[in-house]
Design a protein around this ligand. Sequence first.
Ligand code: UDP
Length: 319
Amino acid sequence: MSQGRALITGGAGFLGSHLADALLADGWNVVVVDNLLTGRRANLAHLRNEPRFEFVEKDICQPFDVGKIDYVFHFASPASPEDYHAHGIETLRVGSIGTFHALEVARKYSAKYLVSSTSECYGDPLEHPQKETYWGHVNPVGPRSVYDEAKRFTEAATVAYRRYHNVDVRIARIFNTYGPRMQIRDGRVVPTFVRQALLGEDLTVFGDGNQTRSFCYVSDEIDGFLRLANSDEHLPVNIGNPNEFTILECAQLVLKVTGSRSRIRNEPLPQDDPKQRRPDINKARQLLGWEPKIDLETGLRLSLEYFKKAVAEDTAAAR
Ligand code: UDP
């Protein structure tokens, strides 16, 4: 039985495409709107013959209407530091203008709405671990501000649409997530280290590698989104894995899982790189009964086949 029709903006991206799979499995009809700036058709290629799936190539910074929608999942945005540095203005535009357009779809069709926000809202956090009630420590004019402030604006616009137009909204604050379909050249730490390890290149650890991140496997993250989507919570909820690693530990684990003999090389730390990051997930635990199940080593093993194939394709394409 159909659950209705869900729109995923940015559904050709890493998380959006996994969300499309999960919603289809859950009985939804799914329409993806994506301008393919950082998303890829290949992430949706397996859905080509799925009658309940549609892909529309469109920039959501232009007003758009793809017909009646019951649930809007607004996931469009460049998301890796390298991508949002390369596309700074587009990142600001999609977080602001694109967000208004996604919210307008929800308002027009009285659809429910869930937006992907980010732990970057906490900036380089002075509170650790980060609870949803922490307002953050963000440099509004630094190199990361195009993303951080766009997402903070996204959250502000989202709660405003609830306050002024009574749109039924949810906000997921996503912490570092990894898994199959990540691009191996988007600069993020897990795909970068795995690619380097598989190619026998040095693993580039920025700074002394003592900065921390907490990595969530994609299937856990998607499970969190679905539970949040079915809840009535309108304020932000952290969805991430609270197991914290230094970047050096992450590099060592990648070497272990890949069996690589690559070496570790230190490179300069980018400006405003957050020194620590770990979600407090008590709110998600209590409200959604959600708990990530897959630890980093297991998740890396689960991703390895994908990364091997992606590296082989990348190498063949470079020839
Ligand atoms: N990082 C690194 N080497 C790389 C890529 C990233 O040491 O080749 C570090 C980066 O400085 C940051 C962490 O890994 O401290 C996570 O970076 P990523 O780009 O994945 O995302 P972020 O969490 O910073 O948004």
